[in-house]
Design a protein around this ligand. Structure first.
Ligand SMILES: NC(=O)c1ccc[n+]([C@@H]2O[C@H](COP(=O)([O-])OP(=O)(O)OC[C@H]3O[C@@H](n4cnc5c(N)ncnc54)[C@H](O)[C@@H]3O)[C@@H](O)[C@H]2O)c1
Length: 437
């Protein structure tokens, strides 16, 4: 059993803290947001993550998991301080490290016993050394026995608890092997490979992993665009490629492109870092450009099908950046909606979990209670997020409700043949058996 403090109680911090508590550790999750901490103390989740509420409540009631805004309390007995604060994009695409800096300074201000600072936030290469410097300078000669370990996080929203409990690997970057081993011991019961590297390599592993996954998606989207022109079906292409063990099938689903709180900012930050160090990240630039265009292609398809979008009623199904999360950061749906609004369209939308988050961002959009309400009077329907509940919609009902029956299936969720038989004008992404042309 170890005493752990987690600074930042968002998607990563809350899941990390809760799972460490579930493994038998004593954990305090700290956050500067009093609203977030109050909610958690009252058993309400500040985010939607499948299975999280139950495991938080079990561990909170057992006393192994606590929540506070007070850093002195959070760090009092901590052997490990995990930094899990946000690292959003700065103005130039760089990672904004202001929250990491605040967390590092807080540790310097509140700790007077030996501690291992573990950085879980995704940070540019060199940040581990920078955090060490910040803490040293802040102590101003008042020595603190501390080590900094980089422990990048690979969990995915929507399956975060499973990903934490059954990780493919744990990466630990350090200058002190003993500190890395101590952090490694926290994960021993998970029985997964633990890779120990230097600090900078660990930080780079995270960026390289996300950039590679984003590249796969942009690659298949580029292939999809070619498929549409030459009359091939990208889903079959991906399946055929995926049988090859050297390639695999994961992250080869064509669609509206990648979004979320990680890929967009991490690819941008990596490209920014590359340029700052004098290299030319051509592939990363192309990966981002393909992704941007993937959203625009929806508008092109709609214009082709209906001419001007001015005053047209367009329904959007799904707002979160992927299914099983309420996270709408950099969600493809939101970008498509902004493009539609720019064209003068009237947008109606629905999402199973992201409605509250979306309501703060989408003032000019009619937010509906069901997919059928979205379809009412719509000239076109766009599927932006492939939630399970959209798989088996009552398309007879939707057919009756829509004004003009155009469907843009941005995730290739539905059967093109069936859609056509039912009288819809159906557009998938990169599918030959459609009226894409
Ligand atoms: N979300 C993911 O799926 C995911 C996956 C892997 C890695 N990451 C990385 O993990 C980090 C956190 O991501 P997230 O999605 O959990 O962010 P988030 O925005 O959901 O949560 C960040 C939390 O940190 C809090 N915070 C900010 N400054 C603080 C401070 N000084 N002291 C205490 N709390 C503070 C905020 O109030 C917020 O609750 C990012 O660097 C991200 O790139 C995220």
């Amino acid at each position: 059993m170890s005493n752990i403090c987690v600074i930042g109680t968002g998607y990563v911090g809350l899941v990390t803290g809760t799972c460490f508590a579930d493994l038998g550790n004593q954990v305090i999750c700290q956050d500067i947001s009093a609203e977030r901490i109050d909610k958690l103390k009252n058993g309400q989740m500040p985010i939607f993550e499948p299975g999280l509420e139950q495991i938080v409540n079990i561990n909170y009631q057992s006393g192994r998991l606590m929540f506070t805004t007070d850093l002195t309390e959070a760090l009092k007995d901590a052997e490990f301080a995990f930094i899990a604060v946000g690292t959003p994009s700065g103005v130039d695409g760089e990672a904004d490290l202001q929250y990491v800096r605040m967390a590092a300074e807080s540790i310097a201000d509140h700790v007077n016993h030996p501690i291992i600072v573990v950085n879980k936030s995704t940070v540019p290469v060199g940040t581990g050394d920078w955090v060490t410097d910040i803490i040293r300078k802040r102590r101003n000669g008042n020595n603190l026995d501390f080590q900094v370990v980089s422990n990048p996080e690979f969990l995915r929203e929507g399956s975060a608890i499973n990903d934490f409990m059954f990780p493919d690997r744990i990466v630990l970057g350090c200058t002190n092997i003993d500190a890395a081993n101590q952090v490694g011991n926290l994960y021993l019961s998970l029985r997964c490979p633990i890779q120990i590297t230097d600090l900078r390599t660990a930080e780079m592993i995270k960026y390289a992993s996300n950039a590679f996954l984003a590249t796969r998606i942009s690659f298949i989207n580029e292939i999809a665009n070619i498929c549409e022109e030459v009359g091939a079906d990208v889903r079959e292409v991906a399946t055929g490629m995926g049988y090859d063990k050297r390639i695999g099938r994961a992250f080869l689903d064509a669609g509206l492109g990648w979004g979320g709180s990680c890929f967009p900012k991490d690819v941008k930050a990596l490209a920014h870092m590359a340029v700052l160090h004098g290299t030319h990240p051509q592939l990363l630039q192309a990966v981002m450009e393909i992704n941007r265009n993937q959203r625009r292609k929806v508008i092109v398809k709609l214009r082709r099908a209906m001419g001007s979008l001015n005053d047209k009623v367009i329904g959007v199904l799904g707002l979160s950046f992927k299914p099983n999360t309420d996270d709408i950061r950099e969600a493809p749906a939101l970008e498509v909606i902004h493009l539609l609004l720019n064209e003068g369209a009237c947008v109606r939308a629905y999402d199973p979990q992201a409605m509250e988050n979306a309501s703060h961002e989408l003032e000019r959009v009619v937010l509906c209670q069901t997919p059928y309400e979205v379809a009412e009077g719509a000239d076109a329907l766009i599927l932006a997020t492939e939630w399970n509940e959209f798989k088996q919609l009552d398309f007879n009902r939707i057919h009756q409700l829509m004004h003009t029956r155009i469907i843009i299936d941005g995730r290739n969720l539905w059967d093109p043949e069936r859609m056509k038989e039912m009288g819809f004008t159906y557009f998938g992404v990169g599918r030959a058996m459609t009226n894409n042309h």
